[in-house]
Each structure stands twice: as structure tokens, then as C-alpha cells.
Design a protein around this ligand. Sequence first.
Ligand code: GDP
Ligand code: K
Ligand code: MG
Length: 297
Amino acid sequence: MSQFKSGFVTLIGRPNVGKSTLMNHLIGQKIAITSNKPQTTRNKIQTILTEERGQVIFIDTPGIHKPSHKLGEYMVNTAEKTFKEVDVVLFLVEPNDFIGKGDSYILEQLQKIKTPVILIINKIDTVKKEELLTIIAKYQKQYDFKEIIPISALQGENTGQLIDILYNYLPEGPQFFPEDMITDQPERHLVSELIREKTLRLLKDEIPHGIAVVIDQMKKRGERNLIDIDATIICEKDSHKRIIIGKQGTMIKEIGTLAREEIEGLLGSKVNLQLWIKIKKNWRDSDFLLNNFGYDK
Ligand code: GDP
Ligand code: K
Ligand code: MG
């Protein structure tokens, strides 16, 4: 038998290129929440793929963007710090035939590191095959990528091949984590993220960017297969609170229903979910509150 390989692989790229979608797909489970809004992912998330041939630890990071508040700074630092510490960097881009400012900035950062970089052109379900060749040629001129792999994370196109190629760049190594471990994220955090995801999907504009979700209580009720969860949605303004509640409570009810269904799947149990809402002005600029809501440095 060939040697067991293992290593750490980080996904980087601009917000919304599909990093979290790809990572979930590669490990076959939804761990990182996704949405069509930038800055959905706020902290570093590790997930673990264990196979007979090896173990790959994926690190999903917030996208790299110009920060406009402390939460943003925390997110960008998290992303930039990790790409020096891994065995392989997967740099995801959209299938555009021009290289924008955001991607140019990332390319500049990549010039400073020695880690092998694989370029992933995601969302190929949205372009014609002929266009891809032009895009590949553009990127080839910019950087000495080890590989360029076009994929669709959403449809799972070429993702198996991506894993096979990835192993070529991983060293022989130990199994770092037990084989039944899928993520480093505590259960409570996964629960709060699923609630936050529903706010991202249902609420418009800036509101979800100012939301944090805190789990106040999570407790099994007696011997029954039922878990009671109390969670608080933190928002920034009274006007936001009113929108989150919605007309006669319809919005908060929908957030709760959608979140509960997914939490039940995650925990394998019936769930009674109670949602509360609190206002904390400017929490995104308070070190103390950031820490309190789980965005610790
Ligand atoms: P992230 O910010 O880079 O983590 O991006 P997400 O994983 O949250 O995805 C952003 C949006 O792009 C979501 O609406 C995804 O459904 C969508 N998306 C991700 N991958 C693909 C893909 O391969 N094709 C298409 N059409 N959409 C995708
Ligand atoms: K996103
Ligand atoms: Mg993400």
C-alpha cells in the first residue's frame, strides 16, 4: 500500500467566490454556512476529510477584502495569517476574463509565500467552455500556479479530480484527527451559525452584516429526544429589530422555522428553538463585544 498522506489546505479568495460551498462539498457535509452575500464567513473553520489514502484538513477563511470596521479587520487578518501556515493554498476565482482589484491584491500577497498555490476557477456552470481557455491563459501569465483546475462547487463538477490532484502536493504524514471528527467547530457554534445563515438569506441589505447570534442555552429535555435551545439575535438598531421581527412576527418566525429544521438534522434530534432579539449599538467596533460573540483574536 502507498503511504498515508496528510496536510493542511486553505481556501482563499474574494468574498462570494464559493469557498464555503466548495469546502462543504469536499467533506460531504454542510459545516460552513453560505449565502449570496459577501462576508458570510466570519471566522476560521477547519474541516477534516479522512480517507484510506490520507487526511486533508481544509481551512475556510473569511474572504479577503478591505476592512471597514474591527470585525472586518479580524476577518482579513484571519485569512492572511493562515495562508503562510499550510501545505497547499487553493485560490478560488470567478470565471471572469479580467482580473479585478481584489484578485490582484491577493496575487500580490501570494508572491510573498513559498507554499504551492493551486488556482481554482469556480462556477464554471455559468460560462461556456471556450471562454474558460481565455480565462486560464490570463491567470497563467500572472503567477506560477502549480495547477489550474476549473470546477463547479455547486454542481460538484471536477471536484473529485481536485482532491486527487491535491494529494500530489501533500507530504507523507500522520492522521492528525480521529477519523470520525469532521470539524473543529463546537456544536453550539454550528447551531448559532445556522441561525445567522437564515438571517443572511431572508433579510435584505446591510441588516445581516450587523447581526451576531449567541446561544444562551442548549439542553436536552429529560429522557426525550428533544433539545431546548434559547438563542439571541444581536442587531445594531431599533429599526433593524423591527424588521427582524417582521409584520406580526412573521420574519422571526420564518427564521426560526428554517433554522430549526436544519438544526434538527445537525443534532439528530427534535428541537424546540426560542429566538430573542437584542440591540447592541456598534458591537462590530467593540473588542469586548466581538469577544463576547465568539470572534476572539
Ligand atoms: P464564499 O463567500 O467564498 O464562502 O462563498 P459562498 O460559498 O458563501 O458562496 C457564495 C454564493 O455563490 C452562494 O450563493 C453560492 O450558492 C454560490 N456558488 C458557490 N459555488 C458556485 C458554483 O459553482 N456555481 C454557481 N453558479 N454558484 C456558486
Ligand atoms: K458568501
Ligand atoms: Mg464563506
